[in-house]
Design a protein around this ligand. Structure first.
Ligand code: C5P
Length: 316
């Protein structure tokens, strides 16, 4: 029996994010198309035999461990499965953060997803993917997607998932100012202040918006693995509040646009901007050109590509 697992927890980008309206639970009704990328955190998790949860991380700025979503994921499993917790003891989690924090890339959510998957393996619970996703939804709106990963339409709070075939060979350049973080609640609250007049709450209208996306050009482009068409149909409502508030992000986006990429968009609530490229060579060129043009040591740039999966066991 394995006592230790090493997992890879991929980040995501939003190919599409539409804010449809308010929900009675205080969240927003969303229509999103989520895409896993290969940029991933590494998570080691092992049973300790001690009655507690320990969390270590290479990134000091993560703060109080018990406030971390990965810790809360372990706590949830201990509460839900007290017999296994009593029998096997707690876990020690080591996070190797590669995904930028508060970036719109679901970094915290994917770490939490990895902890659920890891404890399911360590404690031999035999939970199915839907069962894991049900637990994941209690931790955050993006956590269920992070379990399965790949490509999916997400509705509701973001937890209702409809898988799509994953296009492969699509290259991604990510740009994020290292010292700039955007709070997701801030982005949604600001959007609500400015755009609540556009909100739809009627169930039939929400369904018709969803159908519109399901049969729309972006989904068709994904089904056809047509990366050029995918890049032409990217969309994110939250750009309307984040870009005016952070002009440097707007400039970053414009710089990507001018560097000959297939398409560019802010991911989630930002402030990461991603650009889609046809080849690894093009991605490398775009990265160099943007780096030279903006000449800012605070700007982080990464090259990655679409991934077909969520949490996986790390190959040795
Ligand atoms: O679900 P999660 O904890 O990741 O969401 C973070 C915040 O983002 C929420 O507290 C809320 O302010 C906002 N949010 C929202 N509607 C969603 C998802 C997130 O308003 N569907």
């Amino acid at each position: 029996m394995m006592q230790k697992y090493s997992l890879l927890a991929p980040a995501k980008i939003n190919l599409y994010l539409e804010v449809v309206g308010n929900r009675s639970d205080g969240y927003h009704e969303l229509i999103m198309i989520l895409q896993s990328i290969e940029l991933a955190d590494r998570i080691d998790i092992q049973s300790t035999g001690r009655p507690n949860i320990q969390l270590h991380c290479n990134a000091v700025q993560l703060g109080e461990p018990s406030q971390n979503l990965a810790y809360k994921a372990a706590q949830l499993m201990c509460d839900r499965f007290p017999d296994q917790f009593n029998h096997k003891g707690g876990v020690e989690i080591t996070l190797d953060k590669q995904i930028p924090i508060a970036a719109g890339l679901a970094g915290g959510s994917t770490d939490a997803a990895a902890v659920l998957v890891g404890i399911n393996l360590l404690w031999e619970l035999g939970l199915t993917q839907p069962e894991l996703q049900e637990l994941a939804a209690q931790l955050g709106s993006d956590v269920p997607f992070c379990i399965a990963g790949g490509t999916a339409i997400a509705t509701g709070r973001g937890e209702c998932l409809d898988p799509l075939p994953s296009p492969h060979g699509v290259w991604v350049v990510l740009g994020k100012y290292q010292d700039l973080e955007v709070s997701t609640p801030w982005a949604y609250q600001t959007y609500q202040k400015q755009f609540s007049h556009t909100y739809v709450t009627d169930a039939a209208l929400i369904q018709s918006r969803t159908s519109h996306v399901q049969s729309g050009e972006l989904v068709q482009s994904i089904m056809q693995h047509n990366s050029i068409a995918i890049a032409q149909h990217l969309y994110n409502d939250l750009e309307k509040v984040v870009l005016p508030h952070h002009p440097q992000v707007e400039i970053l986006r414009k710089t990507f646009e001018k560097s000959g990429v297939m398409g560019t968009m802010m991911s989630g609530s930002g402030p990461t901007v991603f650009a889609l490229c046809e080849t690894a060579e093009q991605a490398q060129k775009v990265k160099e050109q943007v780096s030279i043009t903006l000449n800012d040591s605070n700007l982080g740039l990464w090259i990655t590509q679409f991934s077909t999966h969520g949490i996986s066991i790390r190959p040795h």
